[in-house]
Design a protein around this ligand. Structure first.
Ligand SMILES: Cc1ncc(COP(=O)(O)O)c(C=O)c1O
Length: 930
């Protein structure tokens, strides 16, 4: 059986498939697919992919490829560091489906565990930086700096277009910032801030590892009204004054070295903290504290309604999927070590650097500067390459800056033996002790005093704390998460296992090419396979999320037009039904968004599209189209839409978030698209991690290939992520999936996803109208249930239904998107029929409860829907005043399986109160006392 992985990945058994087809009144899966997927978009051949193999064979094949990598100990630094992942975190969080299969915590009542950990992440960042507000992660250090520049730019209402560097950033960071700045007409210069400067960027430390005194530049910038951005190493901050004390308005950086492996570049969480005045310009997500219906504290995503999904081209950024799992790991690392542990790790790292620095000084070697945390940069005329080769022969990688200089960066994994060997390589003797070269003394006792950073020191306590938080949440390991457009499918164990392998986890992204042939082969395979699946000529795997794929794809279009001498093309047509990241990405590449109408069936209004393409023909840059549409429909006129855009000089960007409805049946590249992003964290099994990581590769047609993201480490430019291959260490998940499914398995998965969605639509249509069906009354891989009927008939809101589903043990479907007041359901192929039926039964039972409200049997203001969800403590309280029983409240489906029931830890969380009183980090103990 395990040899046939597709049969494990796909939920329904053969008899269940038969029963579902019978319910739909079709004789075969092929008939259903013929009805659901228009003939004119169908692929008429099998995918040309290697045949499927079983789990063991695929693991062996990937193992053989990855064993070609050489993992040496890295002293390269430059933003990526060796770590010791605490095994208690590795096993109980990183490799635990309760943590990694959760969705972004939009439904706060079922997300209290991960929200609490993200809240700790924010607290940690505010403590490290001294700034009052921190977000719950950005994608990587490079993009975090670019986002910070974006904050400064918007703070000045786009009126200042100069960014001044106070020192040398890491080359990859500068590359990403320059890529972002160019379309917005911003210039990045070294020099002094003036009244056209929106931001001063202070590298803390610079790329050579030196902490310079920037006080004069900062004072000048503040005088000029510029925003001061610190790019600070968080471990270094333990031995430094805070950026806030040093004059920062914003601090950003990578949290990788807080217990997250290098992974050949990612995924890692970046942090972002800001001064109060900038809170509302923050990119990404912010966890806040509010109250539940009974006045108890409850975490939630704060200012959520202001996320990019709503603000479209006015959005503060296009970040949607971020790095929640990695942020959680970083927070757990700080909780595990506590302030003393963190200070001691930082002090140990600094002692190695200080002793090497001292030894080098005594030997008369020229050094880049003598205030350092972890890195010593030495000048050894003409010998840099030779030294690096010697170090490599000895099992260590050091960084070559140029012909004369090397940098040696210590980290948590460095040892006394490493120091001795590296010192002797340089021909110096490191003294047994040296004066700390750090920018300041260790933080005092007031650092990180919040109780949770002190309470979990034994492994027993830590294990139980991680379990306690996981138990508060509803992830895919407990129940279906039927989120439309999010494709919450199985993340199989065999796919996940390689992520922890040494030769996957512990490679530096700038390790010599000769050390990473395994990675490059795997990436080449994926490039080929994903190109075949999507019908494009090449793929770039660099973007770290779908939104970043959109940005990279639009940038390719922009550069293509420029190369043709048509740089004036800046109009981007976007249907009103598009996901908010589409217009947000368009404005990031300097395009003007022109909305295209959708008709009453949710389809793009072709006449409006044609008219707008013609009206803007001189300036038309692109059409962004989601296929199948965000309404879950295969629009039949897609080829005509692409043609009309091409006729008017534009390019077609296809948002492939819904690719799970197409793989093996139809290819975006064959439909006329020039570029498309895929969400590997949807269709290709990378878990959602509670809000990330993700990977958003783009497929391009040959004419756009010269314009895909490059990277300084590859000798090119225009990077959209800090690492050349983005979140490389999670790519094996997708490799394993494709290798184990083969072309036929992938096609069957798509067909089963369509069957499951149609089965749900069929079972629920009597109770909730199904919006936007295709020609044969079929949906694609998801369906939109119109719950507004119950609002009209019984005053029951879509939120009431979503929260009541929690009592039935379900995560709600996507709520109020793309149509307000509806639920969009995407079951995926991985859910067995029993779970689909359990969900349908719950939805039908909820409709019956709503009918009781309509009939007056239950009052409008006191019923199981409006009071949902019901937490255990409320249910067992002595007082119960409601006109329905406790049993109806807690066990609405009739089954009394208390042991397997999901118990929400809070009742409904008050969103409005949370936004009005923004609390997004734990106060220190002293503040609580007062
Ligand atoms: C249609 C669509 N486009 C784009 C995105 C953005 O993708 P990501 O969250 O990976 O940035 C999403 C995310 O849910 C989506 O549903």
């Amino acid at each position: 059986m395990t040899a046939n992985f597709a049969a494990r990945h796909i939920g329904p058994r053969a008899d269940e498939t038969k029963a579902m087809l019978a319910a739909l009144g079709v004789p075969s899966l092929e008939t259903l697919i013929t009805q659901a997927v228009p003939k004119k978009i169908r692929l008429d051949r099998a995918l040309d992919l290697p045949p499927a193999v079983g789990e063991a064979e695929a693991l062996a094949a990937l193992g053989a490829i990855m064993s070609e990598n050489r993992v040496l100990k890295s002293f390269i630094g430059a933003g990526y560091h060796g770590v010791k992942v605490p095994p208690v975190i590795q096993r109980n969080m990183f490799e635990n489906p309760a943590w990694y299969t959760a969705y972004t915590p939009y439904q706060s009542e079922i997300s209290q565990g991960r929200l609490e950990m993200l809240f700790h992440f924010q607290t940690l960042v505010t403590e490290l930086t001294g700034l009052p507000v921190a977000s719950a992660s950005l994608l990587d250090e490079g993009t975090a700096v670019a986002e910070a520049v974006g904050i400064a730019w918007r703070h000045h209402r786009s009126s200042r277009n100069r960014v001044v560097l106070a020192g040398q950033l890491h080359p990859q960071t500068r590359d990403v910032v320059e890529t972002r700045a160019e379309p917005l007409g911003m210039e990045i210069i070294e020099g002094e801030a003036d009244d056209n400067t929106c931001a001063l960027i202070v590298p803390w430390a610079d790329t050579l590892g030196v902490y310079h005194d920037h006080s004069a530049a900062i004072a000048k910038a503040r005088e000029a009204g510029a925003i001061v951005i610190f790019v600070a190493d968080p471990l270094g901050l333990l031995l430094s004054k805070t950026p806030a004390e040093l004059g920062a308005d914003i601090a950003v950086g990578s949290m990788q070295r807080f217990g997250v492996p290098m992974g050949f570049g990612g995924p890692h969480a970046a942090y972002c903290a800001v001064a109060d005045k900038l809170t509302r310009l923050m990119p990404g997500r912010l966890v806040g504290q509010s109250k539940d219906a009974h006045g108890r504290p409850g975490y939630r995503l704060a200012l959520q309604t202001r996320e990019q999904h709503i603000r479209r081209d006015k959005a503060t950024s296009n970040i949607c999927t971020a790095q929640a799992l990695l942020a959680n790991m970083a927070a757990a690392y700080a909780i595990w070590h506590g302030p003393e542990g963190l200070k001691s790790i930082a002090a140990r790292v600094n002692a190695f650097a200080s002793r090497l620095l001292e030894g080098a000084k005594q030997a008369g070697i020229e050094i880049a500067g003598d205030v350092v945390f972890d890195t010593v940069t030495l000048t050894i005329k003409g010998k840099a390459k030779e030294l690096a080769e010697k170090a490599e022969a000895d099992g260590r990688l050091i960084r070559v800056i140029d012909a004369d200089r090397v940098a040696i960066c210590f980290d948590e994994a460095s040892t006394e033996e490493d120091l001795t060997a590296l010192a002797s390589l340089l021909g110096v003797k490191a003294p047994a002790e040296a004066k700390a070269a750090a920018p300041a003394a260790p933080r005092g006792d007031s650092f990180l005093t919040q109780p949770d950073f002190h309470a979990h020191r034994s492994e027993t306590e830590m294990m139980r704390y991680l379990r306690k938080l996981a138990d508060k949440d509803l992830a895919l390991d407990r129940a279906m998460i039927p989120l439309g457009s999010c494709t919450m499918k199985l993340n199989a164990a065999a796919e996940m296992a390689p992520v922890s392998w040494n030769e996957v986890a512990n490679l530096h992204p700038f390790a010599p090419e000769a050390h990473t042939p395994g990675y490059r082969r795997m990436i080449d395979d994926l490039d080929k396979w994903l190109s075949e699946i999507t019908g494009f000529d090449a793929c770039s795997l660099q973007p770290n999320a779908g939104s970043q794929g959109e940005y990279a794809g639009l940038l390719a279009i922009r550069h293509y037009h420029q190369a043709l001498g048509q740089g004036e093309r800046d109009v981007c047509l976007i249907p009103t039904s598009a996901h908010g990241t589409n217009p947000a990405s368009a404005s990031m590449v300097g395009m003007r968004v022109v909305a295209v109408r959708c008709d009453d069936d949710g389809n793009i209004d072709f006449d409006d599209l044609k008219a707008k393409a013609e009206q803007h023909a001189e300036r038309l840059a692109a059409l962004m189209i989601t296929y199948p549409s965000t309404h879950g429909v295969f629009e039949e006129g897609v080829r005509d839409m692409c043609a009309v855009v091409h006729e008017n000089g534009g390019q077609v960007y296809l948002d492939g978030a819904n690719l799970n409805a197409m793989v093996g049946l139809s290819r975006p590249g064959d439909l006329g698209a020039d570029v498309c992003h895929m969400n590997l964290h949807k269709t290709f099994c990378i878990p959602h991690g509670g809000g990330g990581p993700g990977v958003g590769p783009i497929g391009v047609k040959a004419h756009l290939k010269p314009y895909v993201p490059g990277h300084v480490a590859l000798g090119t430019s225009d990077a959209v992520s800090a690492a050349p291959f983005g979140s490389a260490s999670i790519l094996p998940i997708t490799w394993m999936y494709i290798r184990m499914m083969g072309g036929d398995g992938l096609k069957l998965a798509t067909e089963m996803a369509i069957l499951n969605a149609n089965y749900i639509a069929h079972r629920l249509k009597e109770h909730y109208p199904v919006l936007y069906k295709g020609r044969n009354d079929r949906v694609a891989h998801e369906c939109i249930l119109d719950t507004r009927v119950w609002k009209d008939r019984a005053g029951v809101s879509v939120e009431d239904i979503a929260k009541r589903l929690i009592d039935y043990g379900f995560h709600a479907p996507t709520m109020s998107w793309p149509v307000a007041g509806t639920l969009m359901v995407e079951p995926t192929e991985s859910e067995p029929k029993a779970e689909l039926d359990r969900f349908c039964d719950a939805m039908i039972s909820i409709a019956k409860e709503a009918a009781r409200i309509e009939s007056g049997d239950l009052p409008k203001d006191d019923n199981p829907l409006v009071n949902a969800p019901h937490s255990a403590d409320i249910l067992v309280a002595d007082e119960w005043t409601h006109p329905y029983s406790r049993k109806e409240a807690a066990f609405p489906s009739g089954s009394m399986e208390a042991a397997s029931k999901y118990w929400p830890p809070v009742s409904r969380v008050d969103n409005v109160a949370g936004d009005r009183n923004l609390v997004c980090a734990c106060p220190p103990v002293e503040a609580m006392a007062s």
